[in-house]
Structure formats: structure tokens, C-alpha cells
Write a new protein. Sequence first.
Length: 309
Amino acid sequence: MANTQTLTIQVPATTANIGPGFDCLGAALSLYNRFQFTRLPDHSESPIIRATGHGAAQLPTDAQNLVYRAFAATYQHLGQTPPAVKIDIHLDIPQARGLGSSATAIIAGLIGANQLAHQPLDPSELLQLAIDLEGHPDNVVPAMVGGCCLAAKDLDDKWQICPIDWSPEVVPIVAIPDFELKTDLARNALPETCGYGDAIFNMAHLGFLIKGLEQADPTLLKTALDDKLHQPYRLKLIPGFAEAYKAALDAGAYGLVISGAGPTLLALSDSETADAIASAIRNQWQTANLSVKTQVLSLDRQGAIALST
């Protein structure tokens, strides 16, 4: 992307964990937030932040805004003072729903700063900085690079990223309820330790999931999406999960899992049954007087990109 004083960055939503891939697996989805950065004359008031779209009124519009914090952190990492900047944010990804809205803010802030600073950091350095800011890799990595990604630390404590093949025949469906679930609340629901049996269960199921995504194998995927590390403890935070789970499977889903920390739910299916599954989950939750939006999406394979302005 050419260096410019105004640039617009589009960043995809993400779904993390995907059942057994707790805190290490994530995938980018075809739902987006957009961020425009305009460098202002020196000594201008800064930052100037404006937001539109889903939940825009909830965003801080001062230096506490997460996009600006990531923007400023990049310059701090470079040993420079952040320039005066105006940031225009348009949100299509709902916040605090388990779809990586904070990851889009971090990635946009890092890339925006790097571009305005004439690209001193390469993509791998930006990824490492993004993970440091977010605290874990499962959302920020696919938000930046697209696709489905597995992340692990090497013996030098550096993050290594492995792309995971995701067949176009495996369709993600999201059910986004009209209530929030803060990540820290979902985190606090988890025990501090787990047993060997549960860890082994998840390792085996993650292997099934990777192979099932690659081959679009219904038999593998119907087994793969089970988990014992986080979902059993978080289900009580999501009203109507058991009923939505049954409705999804009855309609033909391979499985239904919590997206990230929730409360959004993610179903996987083939293309022929995706619309019926979305309707079944929506109807079940509406029967329980819970408002929900369902969307049949696809895997985003580009990650964060610059748009023409």
C-alpha cells in the first residue's frame, strides 16, 4: 500500500477457540469493521475520533480508545511520538459478543500507525506486537492475516503461526444474541487448572477438527467440536444454549460452539443446510424470548486490507 496521509483499513471479525482450540485457534469471518486514519497538521488537537455503526455510542472518543491505544503503542515501540491523527471508525461487528471486535481495533491501530510511519515494522513484527497488546493470539492473528490460524510459542518464547486449511464446503453460521458478555466475566468462569484427561480430550479433538476442516468431513467434524476446557464452564452464562444446540443439530449442523468468549454461537455445516440451521437457531431463541441475529458467513481469506479512499 502506498504511503499516504489518509488511509482506510478493513479488518474482519474473528471466531476463536472453535470448540477444542481454546486460546490457540481462530478464523477470520466475512464481517468487517473499517477504520480511516488521517494525519493532521502538527500541533493539532489529537486524537480526534468519530465512530458510526453498531454500538458506536459505547466507544470512547479520546486517548482511551483502543484503536488509538494500539496506534500510540506502535510509535512507543518505535521510540517515536505519535503524530496528530483523526480516526473515523465504522462498526459492523457487534462489541462484547465473541466476534473479535477488540482485535479489529488493535490490528487497525497497529497497521495505521505503521503505514503513517512509512512501514518500519514487517508483518511478523506487527503480529508479535498485536499478540502482546491483546494478550493471546487467537483473534488478532486471523484478523490480520485472514483464514484459519493455529498459534503456538516456540522454545524462545516467540509466537509461531500455522495456517489451517479450511474447505470452502464448511460454512460458518453465527448466532449473535442481543446481550453482551464481557470477556473478563467469561474468563473468571474458568477454573485455574485442568486435569490430564480434559487436556488429552482437547488435544485429540483439535486434531479431528483440523483434519475435518481440511477435508469437509462431516463424521470428523461432528466429533471434533466437543470441548472440556472452557465451554462447560461458560454455558451457564449464555441463556438458551442447550435448546439452541439441539435445534442446530436437528437442522443438520455438525456442531454448535461458543464463539470466542461468547455469547455469540458458531455452527458449522455444509452449504445446503446453512440457511435452515440459521433459521432453526433464531426461531428457538425467539421462542425463549431472546432476540438474536443469525448470519450465514464465509471464511475471510484476506485479513486486514487497505481500501481505496
